[in-house]
Design a protein. Structure first.
Length: 150
């Protein structure tokens, strides 16, 4: 009886841990959370936001067969955020298909007339894809403490 109780307790704890373990690492166009700023800075326009944060912008980067504007944000010289912008209502579906192919089915998905939303979760944070009118934005934000500035 005691072994069944212990087995029950053990089985009740791991699903949360297993769910966290199955979350993928985030990668975007070959860039990974925590990578050094130098991986993007040489081919981008970078600006300093504050003492710990720099943003490197790449206009016309190829994503899902389209040209989009991408900003890579770095804290303490490590990638922690990616922001993708497309000013085209038709960009949502190709990005949704490309992200689903790369990251799996979104955790949340909503479509409507002129709007759209999809969300993926990763070990380091989450990616949100939104469409409002003709503006389509994909944004990954790190939520992991090891990727935040101190």
């Amino acid at each position: 009886m005691r072994s069944l109780l212990i087995a029950g307790l053990i089985l009740s704890l791991p699903p949360r841990a297993r769910a966290q373990e199955i979350l993928a690492d985030f990668a975007f166009n070959g860039h990974r959370v925590g990578e050094p700023e130098a991986a993007v800075a040489a081919s981008s326009r970078c600006k300093t936001v504050d003492r710990a944060t720099r943003v490197c912008m790449k206009e016309g980067e190829a994503v899902a067969g389209m040209r989009v504007d991408v900003s890579y944000s770095y804290r303490s010289q490590r990638l922690f955020s990616v922001h993708v912008k497309a000013d085209s209502a038709t960009a949502f579906e190709p990005l949704l298909v490309a992200f689903t192919k790369q990251y799996g089915a979104p955790r949340a998905l909503r479509h409507g007339d002129g709007i759209g939303y999809a969300q993926w979760r990763f070990k380091e944070g989450q990616l949100d894809l939104t469409r409002t009118g003709t503006l389509v934005i994909a944004e990954f934000r790190s939520t992991s403490a090891r990727h935040r500035s101190h």
